[in-house]
Design a protein around this ligand. Structure first.
Ligand SMILES: NC(=O)C1=CN([C@@H]2O[C@H](COP(=O)(O)OP(=O)(O)OC[C@H]3O[C@@H](n4cnc5c(N)ncnc54)[C@H](O)[C@@H]3O)[C@@H](O)[C@H]2O)C=CC1
Ligand SMILES: O=C(O)CCC(=O)C(=O)O
Length: 411
């Protein structure tokens, strides 16, 4: 199912549970602004190549719009629209003063050199600079982008508007990035997992984990699980998948990758078919890569008891239904991966204050926000007798609806 159809369906379900006015419901679905730009750059060999870039600003009732920028060949406007909408509910679930946005460029970053990526990022920034800003819309990294991408956006934006570190988050520490931001999404995933498992009298060290994706989110989630004594028994990335029933040494795998090695070549596990990863026997499955990977074709074969949605929209509604009927507990994306945007908020606050927090403070505050949001979701689940996904959606949608009405939506 298309990501936008799936996201809209979850939103409408939450709106019905909340008894939202139909006009307000329809209006909350329409993005505030959709930007589509042509980005033409010279390749290193001098030939011109054109890409299409998007920034979809979904809602700003609760504050400046916030969300990552993705570089991936499958970026399309419907997907970016869905991801922007998810950001609106996510920032509300985390209770940070932002709305939601998302951006992307349809390109394969692995096929571009560093200088080509820099030119593409600068052209994209030139095309959108007057529509983003510290109090307007604040981009961050997502799949295929990183701190360096944010540094180029900061530099290009600052040529038009003066030095503006708070225009992006997830930037390098030397340019005003926050300590802890790089690890924050993965660490937040683990804080959320701990909160969920505690409900069942369990802890990370009792569990076996399977992780799809070993980029920013997957590697930091895996490291934090490993450091707590959890057993990561299978991992995949775009190069392949490995398994080890005794547990993969995640610190060694990270070191191997930092040294230029690929996951596929790592000696601490046996190669496995990446198609079998999501249905591998384990306690906890953590998708940390693409959307829509759990669908009606594989959901029935999933063996995990818990799914932690570290990726955005990894489970489509048909799979959701199949998994729920099987009794699988799903921690939804708009909560599970909210650690990234929460520390982005801390970064923005530090930039505005002109003051830097130490990493312990960042992680302590992150834990506080994740714990509080989990309690808020559980309270909604109790009030509305619903799943964790609907608990999170009703929480987020209700906060945005209230802000919208208070600002005078009917005027
Ligand atoms: N970076 C962040 O702070 C946040 C990211 N997310 C979401 O987490 C997910 C991952 O994002 P990042 O880790 O930032 O991206 P990344 O680009 O750092 O890593 C992506 C990983 O997925 C792997 N991958 C790609 N296609 C795959 C496939 N077909 N099978 C298995 N692995 C595959 C890549 O090899 C890489 O290891 C995305 O859904 C993103 O939207 C959510 C919240 C915040
Ligand atoms: O850190 C941010 O501002 C956004 C992260 C993001 O894109 C996401 O949570 O999906």
């Amino acid at each position: 199912m298309n990501a936008l159809t799936a996201t809209n369906r979850n939103f409408r379900h939450a709106a019905r549970i909340l008894g939202l006015d139909t006009k307000l419901e329809n209006s909350l679905l329409i993005p505030f602004r959709e930007i589509k730009v042509e980005c033409t750059i010279p390749k290193d060999d001098g030939t011109l190549v054109s890409y299409v870039g998007f920034r979809i600003q979904h809602d700003n009732a609760r504050g400046p719009m916030k969300g990552g920028i993705r570089y991936h060949p499958e970026v399309d406007p419907d997907e970016v629209n869905a991801l922007a909408q998810l950001m609106t509910w996510k920032t509300a679930v985390a209770d940070i003063p932002y709305g939601g946005a998302k951006g992307g460029i349809g390109c394969n970053p692995m096929d571009l050199t560093v200088s080509e990526l820099e030119r593409l990022t600068r052209v994209f920034t030139q095309k959108i600079h007057d529509l983003i800003g510290t109090q307007r819309d604040v981009p961050a990294p997502d799949m295929g982008t990183n701190a360096q991408t944010m540094a180029w956006i900061l530099d290009e934006y600052s040529k038009f508007h003066g030095h503006s570190p708070a225009v992006v988050t997830g930037k390098p520490i030397d340019l005003g990035g926050s300590l802890g931001r790089e690890a924050a999404t993965g660490l937040g995933v683990v804080y959320g997992t701990e909160a969920l498992l505690a409900e069942y009298g369990k802890s990370v060290s009792d569990m076996t984990f399977v992780i799809q994706g070993f980029g920013n989110v997957g590697s930091w989630a895996a490291k934090n699980i490993f450091d707590r004594g959890g057993k990561v028994i299978a991992v995949s990335d775009i190069t392949g998948a490995i398994k080890n029933s005794n547990g993969i040494d995640i610190r060694a795998l990270m070191k191997h990758k930092e040294g230029g090695g690929t996951l596929k070549d790592f000696q601490g596990g046996d190669a496995m078919d990446p198609n079998d990863l999501l249905v591998h026997q384990c306690d906890v499955l953590i998708p940390c890569a693409l959307g829509g990977v759990l669908n009606k074709d594989n959901a029935g074969d999933v063996k995990a008891k818990y799914i932690i949605e570290a990726a955005n929209h990894p489970t489509d509604p048909e799979a959701d239904e199949i998994l729920s009927k099987k009794g699988v507990v799903i921690l939804p994306d708009i909560y599970a991966n909210a650690g990234g945007v929460t520390v982005s908020y801390f970064e923005w606050v530090q930039n505005i204050q002109g003051f830097m927090w130490d990493e312990d403070q960042v992680n302590r505050e992150l834990n506080k926000y994740m714990t509080k949001a989990f309690g808020d979701i559980k309270a909604m689940c109790k009030t509305h007798n619903c799943s964790l996904r609907m608990g999170a959606f009703t929480l987020g949608v209700n906060r945005v609806a209230r802000a919208t009405l208070l600002r005078g939506w009917e005027a």
